[in-house]
Every structure is written in C-alpha cells, then in structure tokens.
Design a protein around this ligand. Structure first.
Ligand SMILES: Cc1cc2nc3c(=O)[nH]c(=O)nc-3n(C[C@H](O)[C@H](O)[C@H](O)COP(=O)(O)OP(=O)(O)OC[C@H]3O[C@@H](n4cnc5c(N)ncnc54)[C@H](O)[C@@H]3O)c2cc1C
Length: 252
C-alpha cells in the first residue's frame, strides 16, 4: 500500500520493462554458438532455427555457461517502492541505476509505503500514520530553513521513490536467485516477481528456470533459516501437495 502523508491514497507498486536488447535470445545464442564454430555469425544465423536456438539456450544455462547472457540487457522503471527496497536493490552491483534525488526534488507531503504487517492492525497503522504526519511537518519546516539535502535526513525508509535500472541477463538470473527466495524481504520479493513476469514476455527460454536456488538447483543455502521449501520442491515429482504442506510460494 502506498499513501500520501496526510491523505489516504492507495496505489500499487509499478514495474515496467521500458527497454531491452532486441532479439535477446537470438543474440545470446549466436554469441555462444560462435565459441564452438569455425564460421562467422552471419552463417550461423542463416542455419539456426528457433527450435535449435531454444534447445541450445536451455543447454547453455543448464551447463552454467552464462557469460554469453551478458550481451543482452533489460531496463526497468519502478515506482511506488520504498527507499528500504531501493537500498537493497542497489546492493546488486552488476547493474546501473538512476534514482529520483532527494537533494533536488522536495518531498513535501511525500508518499510512503505501508508494510502489510503494519496495515493488518488498526493500532500499528494509526501509529504509522501519526509518525509519517509528524515527519512530514518536520521536513517541511526544515526545508524552509536548511538545504533540501539536509532536510531529507528526517525522511523515513518508507518514503516512496522512483528508480530506473538496467541489468544484463546473467546478473538478472543472480538477482532472481537471491530475491525470489522466501527469505528475501517481502517488498523486493514482490518487485522481483513482477520483473520476472516482464522479462519472460521478451525472453521466455532465457528466464524459464529463473528463481530461487530451491527451484533452479534443488538446493537451499539458508541453512537453519531455510523455509523448508527445498524438500517440497524435491518431493514435487512424487506428487506431494505444497499448499497442504503450508510452505509459502515464492513471489511468482
Ligand atoms: C535474504 C537476503 C538477506 C541479506 N542480508 C544482508 C545483510 O544482512 N547485510 C548485508 O550487507 N547484505 C545482505 N544481503 C545482500 C547480499 O549480501 C548481496 O549484497 C546482494 O544480494 C547482492 O548480491 P550479489 O553480490 O550476488 O550481486 P551483485 O553485486 O550484482 O554481484 C553479482 C555477482 O558478481 C560477483 N561479484 C560482484 N562484485 C564482486 C566483488 N567485488 N568481488 C568478487 N565477486 C564479485 C559475485 O559472484 C556476485 O554474486 C542480503 C540478501 C538477501 C537475498
């Protein structure tokens, strides 16, 4: 839920894929095939059906030969997300970011993101709203007295922000592995789920098996903190019902 300090406007997280390398799967497949071929890219392209391409990509990914995936990139625009989310997002170093600046943009009556756990109880929601309203008043007063870049120090992590970011396909697979895990924080997991839906429209084979390692490798690296989903994934072939087992589904 996203609201405006002092008002109750609700809006959803929005994530759009705004640009990407044309023919991403063809590009990756040709680059990879070139490694094993005596002829050039034009010849390879002429004698390579869509079915060959899909088979080849699937094999490439299952072998972990992932460097050709670096030739294609995807640019997203996200709005209605918190600064808590973008702080986690920008930890992914193999990507590029442009974020709305709190040095240049005034945050009077800023929008904020309300976590579901806070929404669920009237008393926590009321406390949250009171706090946002107080911060808003303090910010507006300070912004008249000191530069915006200093007034922003009172703003909360809940503050709504907008960000454009670009990942190559290899880095995206790593991002999905980390952020679609049920151990990832709820907001970035939601973002990762929406991003995966977007890229699958443009590159369904490249991202067919994207997800947490329990899904992609049948292993969990979370040790004692594991949600237990990995055992459910392993038993899937034996027909055990995940929902009955009470294990949360990842973001997609
Ligand atoms: C559930 C969860 C909990 C987390 N908790 C914390 C926490 O408590 N504290 C915290 O600080 N972070 C935390 N993180 C963030 C995490 O440690 C990573 O910083 C983040 O997920 C980015 O992953 P990455 O480094 O693989 O991605 P990228 O920075 O995109 O890097 C991609 C890959 O490139 C390689 N690489 C990149 N840079 C280098 C380098 N300098 N040297 C060598 N190899 C490199 C690595 O193989 C890396 O996996 C958490 C993440 C998750 C998913």
């Amino acid at each position: 839920m996203r609201q405006v300090a002092g008002r109750k406007d609700e809006a959803e997280m929005e994530v759009k894929l705004i640009n990407w390398t044309p023919e991403p799967e063809r590009t990756v497949a040709l680059a990879a095939r070139l490694c094993y071929s005596s002829v050039g890219v034009e010849d390879l392209n002429a004698n390579f059906t869509k079915e060959d391409e899909a088979r080849f990509l699937d094999k490439l990914i299952s072998l972990g030969h992932l460097s050709p995936l670096e030739h294609v990139s995807f640019t997203f625009a996200a709005e209605g997300v918190s600064r808590a989310l973008t702080h986690q997002l920008v930890r992914h170093r193999i990507a590029s970011y442009s974020q709305q600046s709190q040095r240049y943009v005034r945050e009077d009556d800023f929008e904020f993101i309300v976590p579901p756990s806070i929404q669920r109880k009237p008393e926590t929601l009321a406390l949250f709203h009171r706090t946002m309203a107080q911060i808003n008043e303090a910010y507006k007063t300070l912004a008249e007295l000191v530069p915006k870049e200093d007034a922003r120090y009172v703003l909360p992590q809940a503050c709504e922000t907008k960000i454009v970011f670009t990942f190559n396909a290899r880095s995206l697979l790593n991002f999905f592995q980390h952020r679609l895990c049920t151990r990832a924080q709820w907001e970035i997991r939601q973002l990762a789920g929406l991003m995966l839906q977007e890229v699958r429209r443009q590159a369904p084979v490249l991202f067919a098996k994207a997800g947490a390692t329990c899904e992609t490798e049948g292993v969990c690296y979370e040790g004692e903190l594991s949600c237990g989903r990995v055992s459910v994934v392993k038993k899937r072939s034996s027909g055990e019902d995940e929902v009955k087992a009470g294990i949360p589904r990842p973001g997609v």
